[in-house]
Write a protein that binds this ligand. Structure first.
Ligand SMILES: Nc1nc2c(ncn2[C@@H]2O[C@H](COP(=O)(O)OP(=O)(O)OP(=O)(O)O)[C@@H](O)[C@H]2O)c(=O)[nH]1
Length: 525
């Protein structure tokens, strides 16, 4: 297929214009871009929540007869909100995803960054250098800090999300290194769904920035995806500038091109930080490097508080009912204890050791026996925390990818039919009724179809332009109904839960739309 760079660039810019959010308030992207603000649309109320015969607790919140904390002796109960307030006066915790086109240098940059911070020993790096050299991939030694599997190392690509931790002066970061290769975008989405902030890595070398930035590259797609998933603050690491002789003109050219696109994609200029770096040679990662001409302009540092410390911690929905979307699970507890281990990020509310939780769908309950929060033993966890917990009393057969752990008094709805407001990306074929897609929701991807085009909406006013349109073309904002093909999934309206209320629609390996759930519909409607 031949590419027409200039016209394609324009069409993408036009497509994303609606995402622009120049409000100085910390307005949420979806509220702005999808016109879900209270003034503009009616409050979306779930009509009727579906129910599955096998899942008694899967629909409407049930009233518990006993408190989920009943099994914990009063003396051992944790006042999580008070503890959380204490913890918040310490360092704020943020999840940061590293994104960008394949081979932009994400793993190398972050591996070198962690090494420079002292998180990885000299001995380990030397070992990686020796081993990487043996298989003819010596330039990948730093990438191996994050690319841990044999296949990732031999192929020289990241395939799944790698997690690491580090601290700055005022923040604690959980770092999620996402794969850049288009085949692994589902893994990238599941990592980005957990992120509060992002680092977008671009390759500054001649032709490579352009390849990542064109319509088939992942630079734009990743940036749009993280923005659609709620990320508002981002560092752009303009990487491999060592190859470009630290050309200021090249840095400024990339900053201008990408900056324009990112602002159109809904990022605020003041929340974007451009940094010229080299992940391979290590310039500007944790300290200013003296001998790059670019350092004469500004303090260009990733680490020294200038950028990472400026990220604002997001508001955590602590007062909402407990929700944790399960990203992984296995038999056996933490350490050698019995039970089932479940990993995920707490989307809302909080949970503590001894508390009863319910797995949806299925409705089976378990008790939290032990917990690790951000890789450390803990007796409670709250919204925003990456959590690994051992559950007892729960059959592993009740868990599947996409399970959401909830508090028994208020469980997440389960449905295979819902209404969403979507924004349509740069698609080649218009979306028509019956359009098959892969629905991405948290770490889940399921076959589905857009069964009804309800209305096209004006991007700026939120008013309905056309009811029952015959098709949706690129750039449109619309209300649609979506049906899952194989099974119902736990899902919430965006109004009720910002994490569980977001969806991505992909087809043929490309993202066709992103949106938020506005109504849970019953099976028949
Ligand atoms: N010269 C130079 N090469 C770099 C730099 N950063 C990364 N590289 C090289 O670029 C190649 C790809 O690096 P990776 O870190 O694996 O890239 P990635 O973006 O993590 O790749 P995926 O995760 O598979 O998308 C390797 O050969 C690196 O050595 C840099 O700053 N300068």
């Amino acid at each position: 297929m031949t590419k027409k760079p200039s016209s394609q660039a324009k069409s993408i810019d036009e497509d994303v214009e609606f995402l622009e959010d120049d409000d100085d308030n910390q307005m949420d992207f979806d509220m702005a871009a999808l016109n879900l603000g209270e003034k503009k649309t009616k409050t979306a109320k779930p009509k009727k929540v579906s129910s599955m015969a096998s899942t008694p607790a899967n629909s409407q919140p049930s009233s518990p007869k006993v408190s989920p904390l009943a099994k914990i002796p009063a003396s051992k109960r944790v006042d999580v909100e008070a503890e959380y307030a204490k913890r918040s006066s310490e360092k704020a915790k943020l999840n940061m995803v590293v994104i960008g086109h394949v081979d932009a240098g994400k793993s190398t940059l972050m591996g070198h960054f962690l090494y420079a911070l002292g998180q990885v020993s000299d001995k380990t790096i030397k070992k990686y250098e020796r081993e990487a050299q043996k298989i003819g991939k010596s330039s990948f030694a730093y990438a191996w800090v994050l690319d841990e599997t044999g296949e990732e190392r031999s192929r020289g690509i990241t395939m799944d999300i790698a997690t690491n931790h580090f601290e700055t002066k005022s923040k604690q970061f959980t770092l999620l290194d996402a794969p850049g290769h288009r085949d692994f975008i589902p893994n990238m989405i599941s990592g980005a769904a957990q992120a509060d902030v992002a680092i977008l890595v671009v390759d500054a070398t001649t032709g490579e920035f352009e390849a990542g930035f064109d319509a088939n590259g992942q630079t734009k797609e990743h940036a749009l995806l993280v923005r659609s998933l709620g990320v508002q603050q981002m560092i752009v690491a303009v990487n491999k500038l060592d190859v470009m002789d630290w050309s200021e003109a090249r840095f400024e050219e990339i900053k201008a091109k990408l900056g324009t696109f990112l602002v159109q994609a809904g990022f605020r200029k003041s929340k974007l930080y451009f940094v010229p770096v080299s992940g391979l040679t290590g310039e500007n990662l944790v300290s200013r490097s003296a001998d790059t001409p670019l350092n004469q302009c500004e303090p260009f540092l990733i680490y020294e508080s200038r950028f990472l410390d400026q990220f604002e911690p997001p508001m955590r929905p602590l007062d909402r009912p407990f929700r944790m979307a399960v990203s992984d699970f296995f038999k056996g507890g933490i350490g050698s204890s019995s039970g089932v281990s479940v990993a995920g990020r707490i989307d809302a509310g909080h949970v503590q050791v001894g508390e009863q939780v319910v797995a949806i769908p299925g409705g089976e309950t378990g008790i939290v026996k032990t917990m690790q929060v951000n890789d450390e033993t803990a007796n409670w966890g709250a919204a925003g925390d990456s959590c690994l917990m051992t559950l007892t009393g729960l059959d592993i057969m009740q868990l599947s990818s996409g399970t959401v752990l909830c508090t028994p008094s208020n469980v997440v709805p389960v449905t295979s039919h819902f209404e969403a407001q979507i924004v349509v990306f740069d698609i080649k074929v218009p979306i028509t009724s019956g359009f098959p897609v892969i629905l991405h929701h948290q770490s889940l991807n399921e076959p589905a179809s857009v069964v009804k085009l309800v209305a096209i909406i004006d991007k700026s006013t939120g008013e309905i332009i056309k009811k029952n349109p015959r098709h949706l073309s690129k750039g449109s904002t619309a209300t649609v109904r979506i049906k899952l093909a194989n099974r119902p999934i736990p899902l919430e309206t965006f109004k009720d839960n910002k994490d569980l209320g977001r969806v991505m629609l992909r087809k043929g390996g490309e993202t066709v739309a992103a949106g938020v759930v506005t109504q849970i519909l019953s099976f028949g409607s």
